[in-house]
Design a binder for this molecule. Structure first.
Ligand SMILES: [Zn+2]
Ligand SMILES: [Zn+2]
Length: 148
């Protein structure tokens, strides 16, 4: 080989080496990123689980343990700050009325918050759900997340 083709061969070899170095660096960088992602996955899963639980706590009715909705089980806010679904409110009033011993029965009963025993006085039986105070915060949350 003459000196010109030797130089050309050296250039080619250097270029190859540079590409190889570049590829190696890129690969190491990607591996590092993948490792970071792998390490973060359990933390993200735990965070998702925490959010799921929180959502369940916020939406769940403490009586029937089901999620409140925007229709028959809309969230009702008590003065104590607790929330019970409308369906259970109707049943709480009906049960209290049924358990009442006096004859003739009064059409108004006191019901107790299932979470803190706060008394909601003189609820008319049968309960008209339209008079109940809706927990608008929870309701908004339900409406915003309806398809989830
Ligand atoms: Zn309920
Ligand atoms: Zn309460």
């Amino acid at each position: 080989m003459d000196s010109r083709s030797v130089r050309a061969a050296t250039r080619r070899a250097n270029a190859e080496r540079a590409r190889l170095e570049e590829a190696k660096k890129r690969r190491e960088e990607l591996m590092r990123q993948m490792e970071v992602m792998r390490n973060e996955m359990p933390r993200h899963a735990a965070e998702l689980e925490r959010i799921r639980k929180e959502k369940e706590d916020l939406l769940g009715c403490p009586v029937c343990r089901e999620n409140c909705n925007a229709t028959n089980k809309f969230p009702c806010l008590w003065e104590c700050g607790h929330t019970v679904c409308a369906d259970c409110m109707i049943r709480l009033v009906a049960r209290q009325w049924t358990e009442q011993r006096s004859v003739p029965k009064k059409d108004r009963v006191d019901i107790y918050c299932p979470s803190c025993m706060f008394i909601m006085k003189r609820m008319l039986y049968p309960l008209n759900p339209n008079i109940l105070v809706k927990n608008e915060d929870v309701l908004q949350w339900i409406r915003a997340n309806q398809d989830h």
